[in-house]
Each structure stands twice: as C-alpha cells, then as structure tokens.
Design a protein around this ligand. Structure first.
Ligand SMILES: [Zn+2]
Length: 190
C-alpha cells in the first residue's frame, strides 16, 4: 500500500481505483482514490442517504442491546465477523432522520457500482497514458470493465499479479510476480 502511494507522490499515478473497502490505501498515503466498492467504515441510509461512521451505529446498537456487549468476534478481511448467538431479540438501529434501513456503504455481491463513480473513473482513464492493474484477477466485472475500455481507447496496459487474470489476452505486459518486491524495484528505477 505504501509503494502504491509512492507512485502517486512521485506523479506516476493519476488515480487509484480500488476494489478494497478497508480504506488502507488512504491510510498508507494515497490521496486520489476511488473506492469502487465503497467503504466499510461508513454507513448509509437506503432511503434518505443519511451517512455516518459505522462506529456510531455500532455504539447505538450496543446501547440498545446491552446484553450483547459481552460478546466478541474476530473481524474477517471482508469486514464480516462470525458470531454464533441468538439474534432473535436483537434491536437494530435505524436511520435517525427517517427510520430507514442503515447499511454499510459497500457494494455487496449482486449490487451495482454507482454509475457516477464508474463514469468519473472512466473519464480519468480516458485522460491517462496507461492502465496498471495491481493484485487483481479481474474476475469481477466492475474492475475488468476498465481493461476493456483501456483496450478500446488504445491505452497500454499492464498487470502485476500472481496467477492468471481475466485480462491476460488484452494486456501488453503481464508481470506474474510479487507486488511489493516488483513495485520496490520499479520505483527505484523510475
Ligand atoms: Zn434515512
């Protein structure tokens, strides 16, 4: 993440489009970032668009369900946590503005990425010299679509990923190699 941020700091990267929802790229120093699949640290109302930190909803739920405060569960990389208890009496915090349903601001499997988010990233791609894909098999269409557009617009394209990717037949350069070591060497030579 720090090496990717350095690409931006040294003006080699115009926009980082990530499928991660953990905000670690921002923590590592990347500034120009599109969180394609949203962010797990914020919650939105599905009716009125109210937005707040997920921690606030967590605290409200804890206040409404004090008997649950005793439980803990490890967080999985995707933001899930496995807790095998009876949830039938659990009270869920609703939107404080409209009583609507709150959900983490992430694009769940089967959801669509908001159109304006895609269009904005595509506009930047169109104005860019090339596309570099790092650490993705591109099996999810939301990411693969950028490769299809890059090909259509004649942009040079490279992948840095261990294993095959969905864009293997489209790219000009395929680096089947570890990300950190390859980026570190590349940054040294730039
Ligand atoms: Zn609402």
């Amino acid at each position: 993440h720090q090496l990717v941020a350095e690409l931006e700091t040294r003006n080699h990267s115009r926009l980082l489009v990530t499928q991660n929802v953990d905000r670690l790229h921002q923590q590592a120093g990347s500034r120009s970032v599109t969180d394609l699949h949203g962010r797990a640290d914020e919650v939105v109302c599905m009716s009125c668009g109210y937005r707040c930190k997920r921690d606030e909803v967590h605290e409200r739920c804890a206040d409404m369900n004090p008997e649950f405060r005793q439980y803990t569960a490890g967080a999985a990389p995707d933001g899930d946590a496995d807790l095998e208890v009876d949830f039938s009496g659990f009270h869920i915090a609703d939107c404080p503005c409209c009583d609507g349903i709150l959900k983490p601001d992430v694009v769940f499997f089967g959801d669509y990425v908001p159109k304006e988010r895609v269009h904005s990233a595509l506009a930047t791609l169109k104005a860019s010299d090339a596309l570099l894909v790092i650490g993705s098999s591109l099996m999810v269409y939301s990411g693969f679509r950028f490769c299809r557009y890059a090909k259509e617009w004649g942009k040079p394209m490279a992948t840095l990923n261990i294993g095959r990717t969905r864009a293997d037949s489209l790219v000009d350069l395929k680096l089947n190699a570890g990300i950190s070591e390859t980026l570190a060497v590349s940054l040294n030579q730039l």
